[in-house]
Design a protein around this ligand. Structure first.
Ligand code: T68
Length: 835
């Protein structure tokens, strides 16, 4: 097909990529968009002008993409996620447009500081951690691989809180990320949808004499889409991130107002606008709050209505082939209500019969599980669920009834199995189990690393995997090398590219070619110099932020991730205290100097996680100022860990701490980002660590600890942490040191909850893994002394990380799950044909 007819031909300051054009465009946007002249423009005005200059160039590609999709009507992926942890857009868009260096020059020629402008961008922190960041990496890869896709989520007015530290404690501060405006989004109020809540259902007979159901809600909210363009790397494909913002519905408001219920009307406005107000800051633990279910249903309903409108109205296609044109990937169970909502839309709004509706639904949905932790498995009290979504509860009962009949046929008289597989948990108070709903409603169910998928099939979804083995598959996570190497580590990128060219950026397996440079003395020296320069940058940042001077020749030993007991930041602390005790006992002890760096947020209601942060800061205070230590160890807690900051941290690490209790971390993705940037990993056989070790080689990975199966065995036998405490003098000394009040100015009560939990329960087996961890840390210290050997291991880590590009993950989803063909988008102003 010739596509000249869908070319948009504009040749002006909004599209040109030459330095002079870019300069003119920035000044033009400063003038016309910001309404400022240079003499009075603030840094933010210049940032906005620069961002609009970049956005203009995206929009051209975006509109060509969207016109092409309208014309070709390809199959599309809709990635439904309650979280998208995008991080700053500007730098990434410049990389993907291929004009990073040119733009820097343009900006400098205008007399502006490019780095300061990049820094000026407020981070859109619309996610908690790994799950939200994975969604963002996948958007980048889908666009890069020319896969027509939309990311659907919520435009939270306040994202994940900013973290401050007061007296060693975490303090949460509201994240007002929209305060200076968001140049990357475009509001589309004309494409809003209404979402119903509460009320009751009514049966009626339609004109064809069929029995139908009508939902009469008692509240209504409007979802307004805000669109952000997502450009791929070295392609014109530009997909959409569509985030829904909740607004009051005018007509609904007026009805109450006319009846004299002014407060009721205003109340509805408050209810509506609260919906998308704030992201729930809890990762891996659910709270069962009504507002959270409202948020989930709100964005799911808007998104499905949007897909159906595109399909039926814009493309004029019959609803019966909806599943051929759309596939929905559910990012965990947060959007799992989509199963019931699509059924409702098909049954009640489109008048489709049950069996066909179920066929369409089940052929549309695919579900990714991200956790096995029981406290993170979503379930909603039936009462709450029914009062908010009465029609959905009926549909779920019907799905469940039909399903359990099948189970009964297949496994007669197995009541236990029926109880386990039911969507409704009836073991006590009744709950809707969202994982069961998602599993049953999906044609594909996947875990996020080999071990995780295996445990998922063995444990949480065992009965389902037995009944529908063909639906289960693994998709090991990946991360985008554009943001986490090219953008965040320009020095290393330049060195790599000077040796092997730049194809590795879209085909990460090509990093393997670096292996042939391992024996090259000069290459190793350059590699080492680069790491040192990056460490110097981080050291300056630490000096600025924390006022702590660190030794750049020490091992930068970094643990950066959300705080959770299963991630075992406190095991890391036990190692620090052990080293400290050794130095106190023997001040002349020859140890490899280390800088322990921590970053991460704790859920605001998670007391134990917050206490671990306090412990780190308390240990830091003591260790950093003890003259006996003589700067051989330093402890640094860097506050407010987010994407922006992560990009600074990964490249600077020598050692990456991936020390979760085996079987608990579904995959991990930080582990990949560190290793790609040449850090060595100290880690357990958990999540993707196992696959990373397989790739980089056991000799380039510091392994310690129990395996997942050993962990369950020990637990089954009855684990007694006290035995380890009694038998291990160094462990005992470390624990006693905390207990004695040594780190808490004599306050022996402060860390009691933490120490007590370890000594008497230790649910995450720190004591059982302690000695192994300490031993391997000793090996790390020794290995670091041979800088040349360490550098070889570092190079091999980077060289062998090709598997962990999110491009690989997305290729697997495309081929094995979604079955979508790539669709090339014509570059602006170049006639081409669509394949
Ligand atoms: C993470 N999960 C996994 N959850 O812990 C991690 N949870 O192993 C994995 O690599 C990553 O997902 C990507 O697959 C999360 O990040 C959450 O953030 C979360 C948020 C809300 C509710 C529950």
């Amino acid at each position: 097909m010739q596509t000249e007819d869908i070319q948009i031909r504009i040749e002006d300051d909004r599209t040109g990529l030459e330095i002079e054009t870019l300069k003119r465009a920035i000044l033009d946007n400063l003038f016309y968009i910001q309404g400022k002249f240079p003499e009075i423009a603030t840094l933010n005005d210049y940032y906005m002008a620069l961002a609009y200059t970049v956005r203009d160039r995206l929009i051209h590609r975006w509109l060509i993409s969207s016109q092409t999709y309208t014309k070709v009507q390809p199959r599309e992926v809709c990635y439904l996620s309650a979280e998208f942890l995008m991080g700053p857009h500007l730098g990434n868009n410049l990389i993907n447009l291929g004009i990073y260096d040119r733009m820097r020059q343009a900006v400098q020629e205008l007399g502006l500081n490019f780095e300061a402008l990049l820094e000026q961008e407020e981070e859109p922190g619309l996610g908690n951690g790994g799950l939200g960041r994975l969604a963002a990496c996948y958007l980048d890869s889908m666009a890069t691989l020319d896969i027509p896709s939309v990311g659907y989520g919520i435009r939270y007015e306040f994202g994940i809180f900013d973290q401050d530290i007061h007296d060693g404690w975490q303090v949460e501060i509201t994240d007002k990320w929209l305060k200076n405006g968001n140049p990357w989004e475009i509001a589309r109020p004309e494409w809003a949808f209404e979402v119903k809540f509460g009320g009751r259902t009514e049966r009626y007979t339609d004109e064809k004499g069929r029995s139908r159901v009508k939902w009469i809600p008692d509240r209504m909210v409007q979802g307004v889409p805000y669109d952000t363009p997502i450009l791929g790397y070295e392609t014109s494909s530009t997909n959409t991130l569509r985030l829904w913002s909740a607004q009051a519905v005018e007509s609904f408001d007026f009805r109450a107002f006319n009846a004299g219920d002014y407060y009721g009307a205003v109340g509805n406005k408050v209810f509506s606008e609260n919906l998308s107000k704030v992201l729930y800051p809890n990762d891996e633990q659910i709270q069962g709050k009504q507002l959270r279910l409202e948020q989930q249903y709100f964005f799911v309903s808007c998104s499905l209505q949007d897909m159906i409108r595109t399909h039926c109205d814009r493309r004029g296609l019959p609803i019966s082939i909806f599943h051929e044109k759309f596939t929905v990937q559910l990012n965990d169970t947060h959007p799992a209500i989509a199963v019931a909502e699509l059924m409702r839309l098909l049954l009640d709004e489109h008048g489709i019969e049950w069996d066909q509706a179920w066929h369409i639904t089940q052929s549309t949905m695919a579900y990714t599980n991200h956790t096995l932790l029981p406290e993170a498995l979503e379930r909603w009290a039936v009462g709450l669920f029914g009062s908010l979504l009465p029609r959905h509860l009926e549909i779920i009962y019907e799905i469940n009834g039909r399903f359990l009949n099948e189970v009964r046929l297949r496994y007669p008289k197995d009541d236990e199995r029926i109880r386990r597989m039911s969507i409704i948990d009836e073991s006590g108070d009744r709950y809707v189990r969202m994982a069961n709903l998602a599993t049953l409603g999906s044609y594909s169910i996947n875990g996020v690393a080999e071990l995780h998928t295996q445990l998922l099939k063995q444990d949480v979804l065992h009965d389902f995997a037995e009944m529908y083995p063909e639906r289960f598959n693994n998709k090991t996570n990946g991360v985008t090398p554009r943001r986490f190497m090219v953008l965040s580590n320009p020095r290393l990128t330049k060195l790599i590219t000077s040796k092997i060219g730049d194809h590795w950026i879209r085909n990460l397996q090509e990093l393997r070619q670096l292996e042939s440079f391992v024996e090259d003395l000069e290459f190793r020296s350059e590699w080492r110099q680069i790491k040192l320069a990056i460490k110097r940058d981080l050291a300056n940042y630490i000096q600025e932020q924390n006022g702590i001077e660190v030794n750049v020749d020490s091992i930068f030993d970094i643990q950066a991730k959300r705080f959770h007991e299963y991630k075992r930041q406190h095991l890391n602390v036990l190692h620090i205290i052990t080293l400290y005790n050794r130095l106190k006992a023997n001040p002349n002890l020859d140890i490899t100097p280390r800088t322990f760096i921590f970053g991460g947020k704790a859920a605001p209601g998670y007391q134990m996680a917050k206490l671990i942060i306090k412990l780190i800061n308390s240990v830091a205070d003591v260790v950093n100022s003890d003259p006996d230590v003589r700067d051989r160890i330093k402890v640094v807690f860097l506050k407010d860990y987010n994407v922006k900051f992560a990009q600074r941290v990964y490249p600077a690490a020598d050692l990456s701490e991936q020390i979760s209790t085996a079987g608990k971390e579904a995959s991990g993705t930080g582990n990949m980002k560190f290793s790609m940037n040449g850090a060595l990993t100290i880690g357990t056989l958990d999540g993707a660590n196992i696959e990373i070790r397989e790739e980089v080689g056991a000799e380039n990975f510091f392994l310690f600890g129990l395996t997942a199966s050993k962990v369950s065995q020990i637990k089954a036998k009855g684990y007694d942490p006290m035995q380890y405490y009694i038998a291990n003098s160094e462990l005992k000394a470390a624990i006693d040191r905390i207990n004695s009040g040594f780190f808490s100015k004599g306050d022996t009560a402060l860390f009691k909850p933490l120490v007590g939990s370890l000594m008497y329960q230790d649910p995450y087996l720190l004591f059982a893994d302690y000695q192994s961890y300490i031993d391997v840390q000793t090996q790390v210290g020794e290995a670091y002394r041979d800088q040349d050997h360490w550098t070889r291991m570092s190079i091999l880590n980077t060289a062998r990380m090709g598997k962990f590009s999110s491009d690989r993950s997305i290729r697997e989803y495309v081929k094995e799950v979604w079955k979508i063909d790539p669709l090339k988008i014509c570059p602006p102003n170049e006639p081409c044909s669509i394949h």
